[in-house]
Design a protein around this ligand. Sequence first.
Ligand code: ADP
Ligand code: ASP
Ligand code: MG
Length: 439
Amino acid sequence: MIVCKFGGTSVGTADRLKELARLVNSDEDKIVVLSAMAGTTNALVEIAELLYDKQNDKAISSIQALEQNYYRVVEELYTVSEVKEKAKEMVESHFNYIQAFTEDLFTIHEEKAVLAQGELLSTALFHYYLEELGVPSILISALDFMRIDKDGEPDSYYIKENLSRELKQKKSNEIVITQGFICRNTFGEIDNLKRGGSDYSASLIGVAVAAEEVQIWTDIDGIHNNDPRYVEGTQSIAYLSYDEAAELAYFGAKILHPASIQPSKKAKIPVRLKNTMEPQDEGTLIGLEIKGAGIKSIAAKDSITVIKIKSGRMLLAHGFMRKIFEIFEVYKTSIDMVTTSEVAVSITIDDAQYLDEIVEELEKLGNVEVDKQMSIICIVGNFIDESRGHALEIFSALKEVPIRMISYGGSRHNVSILVETNYKKQALNILNENLFCNV
Ligand code: ADP
Ligand code: ASP
Ligand code: MG
């Protein structure tokens, strides 16, 4: 069994859905995991914001505009009139459901239910299309097997048990289709795996069925050596280890959801990234083995907040760091970088939801300074050759860029540097020139 996930652009138009049908129509046993059509989740987020703000008239017109896009897709995708009718009814029922929230109280639960409609729509459209073509397929709902626990972590046991029950309906020649991103929480409410979460769904499904391979199909030929949104001339990397890929995903390479590598790594399932537009391209393979040495890729993670705690008394006395870390633990806020000096500790976080509460607690331990709009530049590779460091080439490249924090040696795969987000593009480009173009 293989699990193949197709992202927003891969299902973004009627033509792409037609192409997708050709791509998945093979004898291989597979589960196809789909994202919402490109732009839909963003549109649903905007609709949810309008509903929160009680701007119901604006919300209704946005809902109607999005609904019309789907009728256009229906017109272009199907040829058989009964299938068109059935698809139109399906689209209408999803949008009636969304529209109903304009009359009720709108909270985070309703928001999640609204966001889930994107993946429910794309999978149903694709399922009808395969039916029209006569390609045997079965649609199973992720809401019947994908679940997170009270800490927001995937409930692997539940997922495995319930997915295997759902898969019992499958006939041997059928392609299984399901939604990425969406799940239920521990109360049975509709929830999700956070933005970009379909990659995570695919990895979790891969583990649950002990897949031979998890494939992430997207709009680029695998993981590149720098962020193509900010740097020109980036290149695809043929192979990365799980740890290298996980560092890149965690530190901002948008191509993979930050947590998506962990489940596959634990179960030792190879992950392959492929380009839907150019399926013959090799893409990137991610596996257990660590191959090659040196710097391989650079990524950047935005919206980082740095918190500096200055304390005259006993900063580095034993037990002090524990007190600091406990405060972050209480507020379930994970820390990305830490640096210490005799008089201060600096810590970065990317989730600032409980920033005020954290600062209030930290002020009991010392003076606290907070700076927002920072970015972590993460340089990833295999720094195994201990006779040769990489600090000089990295820092001499960055001599024009003010660096706020440095983390070197935390692992053999990562050097992290904190800069103001204003300097991010410059830093990515200079590093690209100096680390990849002069060799
Ligand atoms: P999907 O909708 O298929 O999940 P995403 O937009 O989430 O696609 O991810 C693919 C995009 O990630 C690419 O189009 C590219 O702009 C961006 N990206 C950022 N960093 C990298 C990188 N290091 N390698 C490849 N793509 C990257
Ligand atoms: N549709 C969701 C999003 O846009 C999940 C995904 O695309 O992976 O975030
Ligand atoms: Mg994505």
